[in-house]
Design a protein around this ligand. Structure first.
Ligand SMILES: Cc1cc2nc3c(=O)[nH]c(=O)nc-3n(C[C@H](O)[C@H](O)[C@H](O)COP(=O)(O)OP(=O)(O)OC[C@H]3O[C@@H](n4cnc5c(N)ncnc54)[C@H](O)[C@@H]3O)c2cc1C
Length: 300
């Protein structure tokens, strides 16, 4: 494909061809990405997205791939990775990070600097960019609770914008209009507090996550959003679906909200199991579960 070849040639220092999805997502399965590109700074990101626009190739932005399932047929465009943009800076009670910084590293840095606020979101896999995009959260705290602003390349105008928290509508795993941005960095306003207290809270949260989640298997966390007034995992459990398998994919015995790559699952196995769960939960309880996870490529 001409456009992809042009991009691969022009950005060869930061591009890889035919990259297996198993290297890109935490489900550790799926087909190949025709091309990945990993810009080293905001200027290179700008040049890359301008070239993407000029060539008309398909693109997808990926952080740590901890909320994405890539089809076994792969993705015939360019996947833009953020792992080279990973700086974290602390100034007074503010922490600023580039989008590819690992979220838990941001939480740890906040703790080391005696800054409270993020500790309940400790150990959520993924990057700061992914956390902002998803408004990721845990134990009653969401990314946007302490967000001050984010700086992003607007992919419609190709201009850099700093978007303040109060300029966007956001909610549970939802940020309005966020799809048009390549997030470059984000800043959080935190609260000066006792380092020991923050560390203890972090340790408690990390221990609880290790105890409740099947972290020994590849997954992308909870598949479904929380339905109003209930938990997807409870509904899946009462429907008797724990341990259900399609191919190598399984509903975790430990946490029914997780589909795990139990034994060399294909992306189709995982996708089929998710659809089966949705159908059975709807038939048995009348609740329509909605996926939190993102599916990239063809699954039909
Ligand atoms: C074991 C496990 C536990 C989990 N627990 C939780 C939890 O407690 N709470 C929770 O909310 N989530 C949880 N998740 C899901 C996931 O970790 C979060 O959604 C996380 O924030 C995704 O970050 P990421 O960098 O991996 O994003 P990716 O999965 O790479 O991408 C997710 C979305 O964000 C977009 N994106 C990523 N980076 C950028 C960027 N720089 N600019 C624009 N768009 C971008 C992608 O295009 C995609 O649409 C869990 C996942 C796993 C595997």
């Amino acid at each position: 494909m001409k456009g992809l070849e042009e991009i691969a040639e022009r950005f060869r220092e930061i591009c890889r061809e035919n990259v297996p999805a198993s290297e890109l997502t935490t489900y550790k399965t799926g087909g190949k990405a025709a091309l990945t590109a990993c810009p080293r700074d905001s200027g290179e990101a700008f040049d890359l997205f301008r070239a993407i626009r000029e060539t008309g190739v398909k693109f997808f932005i990926l952080g740590a791939g901890s909320n994405v399932l890539i089809s076994d047929r792969g993705f015939d465009g360019v996947i833009v990775l953020t792992s080279n943009l990973n700086g974290i800076r602390v100034c007074d009670n503010e922490i600023s990070c580039e989008s590819g910084a690992l979220w838990d590293k941001v939480c740890e840095t906040a703790c080391e600097n005696s800054l409270a606020g993020l500790e309940k979101t400790s150990y959520i896999p993924g990057t700061a960019g992914g956390a902002v995009r998803m408004n990721a959260g845990a134990f009653g705290i969401e990314t946007f609770d302490f967000l001050k602003d984010f700086t992003a390349l607007n992919l419609e105008t190709l201009k850099t914008e700093t978007v303040k928290k109060n300029e966007v509508r956001y909610g549970y795993r939802f940020v309005e209009g966020i799809e048009k941005y390549f997030i470059l960095s984000a800043s959080f306003t935190l609260i000066k507090s006792s380092k020991d207290q923050i560390r203890r809270e972090r340790e408690t949260i990390i221990a609880a996550r290790k105890e409740k989640q099947p972290l020994e298997y590849p997954s992308a966390g909870s598949v479904f959003k929380r339905p109003k007034g209930d938990f997807a995992s409870r509904l899946i459990d009462v429907c008797g679906l724990k341990g259900l398998r399609i191919g190598g994919a399984m509903i975790s015995q430990k946490h029914a909200g997780f589909v795990i790559n139990y034994d060399k699952a294909s992306a189709f196995d995982i996708y089929a199991l998710i659809q089966r769960v949705k159908k059975e939960v709807f038939e048995k309880t009348g609740v329509k579960l909605e996926e939190e996870q993102i599916f990239l490529g063809e699954f039909q």
